[in-house]
Design a protein around this ligand. Structure first.
Ligand SMILES: Cc1ncc(COP(=O)(O)O)c(C=O)c1O
Length: 362
């Protein structure tokens, strides 16, 4: 049996047909930028996440950069970033000319609770990341940030659909950033992202920045950029959004099978909380000191896995920074993502769990 980590060509034929029809309709209309699909997408996300503003943009990295720019963060400023995340979180801080200050994560990969110790006079913002789809403790992060008068930019790129006490990921901070990269729980057929904010002034700034600093046709009031979403991607996303709840149920059902089958293996750490609302089951990350051996064993059995991520950011050449970061580092050495997506079957998950059990010799 061969089980790929994620194979998007497995999207079911009914949805594939709807996507083809959407493409054909937009091609016939000749609308490729802006228009009804973009408006509908933004409104639908506003409703789904209960966010006052939802501004679609070209990708999740841009969303983060736009957030920093809207908050006027730049040279001389510091931004606190977890040591373990996708590189974009730190990259954007450097792009705007500010300095990322790396802080360790907790054992699950979320910004460690004592991050406030990293606050200095130069600190302008903190970027908590809802890594693997698990939500950071936003109550305490927002409270601490407020009392220190710094902004919160939520990197919710991996956490679409995650909620904490009924409030959606991305709607807690001053600005929340989403990615609709194809591998995400809500993914486009290409690149797309979004900024969420509950503040009308910030929303207006982001809208202007996305569109060359233009407030109306040929009236440029600031130096912006082009980070508009493609109409076609918005159209595809509207279709995927209609299937989102079904896909989430499928992810959770499969995650439950993993937990049931792998529970009790003494040498394997599991994401025990993955079925809760504050986790969208984006990634199923197990932990073992024999990570590389397990990965090779599964590869020989035809099972694809992934590592999120093999390196902490402060160890990367362009982001070199001193510090121990023991929890983040441990995840880079011991974390392994097993296949979890709406397109794998229960039979495949059983094959994976049997193989993991075989590896541990039980
Ligand atoms: C945590 C995190 N931040 C930011 C991004 C950037 O999103 P994008 O790939 O859409 O630019 C991603 C996704 O790749 C991510 O996982």
């Amino acid at each position: 049996m061969k089980v790929p980590f994620l194979d998007l060509s497995r999207i079911d034929s009914e949805l594939k047909e709807e996507l083809k029809q959407k493409f054909a309709a937009l091609l016939d209309k000749g609308v490729f930028s802006g228009g009804k699909e973009v408006d509908l997408f933004e409104r639908s996300i506003q409703d789904k996440l209960n966010s006052r503003n939802a501004i679609a943009c070209a990708n999740g990295t841009d969303a983060l950069e736009l957030a920093l720019r809207a908050l006027q963060i730049g040279p001389g400023d510091e931004v606190i970033v977890p040591a373990l995340t996708w590189v974009s979180t730190a990259e954007v801080v450097r792009i705007v000319g500010a300095k990322p200050i790396f802080w360790d994560t907790d054992e699950k990969g979320l910004l460690r609770a004592d991050w406030v110790k990293a606050i200095s006079k130069q600190t302008k913002a903190v970027i908590p990341v809802h890594l693997y789809g698990r939500m950071a403790d936003m109550e305490s992060i927002c409270e601490a940030a407020k009392s220190s008068r710094i902004a919160v930019i939520e990197d919710a790129a991996q956490a679409f659909g995650t909620t904490r006490n009924g409030k959606a990921a991305g709607t807690w901070g001053d600005i929340g950033c989403l990615s609709f990269y194809p591998t995400k729980n809500l993914g486009a057929l290409g690149e797309a992202g979004m900024c969420l904010t509950q503040d009308e002034k910030i929303a207006e700034k982001i809208r202007v920045l996305i569109n060359h600093g233009q407030v109306s046709r040929d009236d440029h009031v600031s130096v912006g950029r082009n980070s508009r979403i493609d109409s076609i991607q918005a159209g595809f996303l509207n279709l995927f959004l209609g299937r989102f709840d079904d896909f989430q149920k499928r992810r959770k059902d499969l995650a439950k099978v993993y937990l049931e089958k792998l529970g009790g293996l003494p040498k394997l750490g599991l994401p025990e909380d993955i079925l809760a609302d504050d986790h969208n089951a984006h990634l199923f990350v197990v932990e073992t000191t024999k990570r590389d051996e397990l990965r090779n064993f599964l590869k020989e059995k035809g099972i694809g896995t992934a590592i999120h991520y093999p390196k902490i950011i402060p160890d990367m050449e362009p982001y070199q920074s001193q510090g121990d970061f023991p929890n983040a580092r441990k995840l880079t050495e011991q974390g392994l993502s097993l296949p979890l997506n709406p397109w794998i079957t229960e039979g495949e998950v059983n094959y994976i769990t049997d193989s993991v059990i075989e590896f541990f010799g039980l």
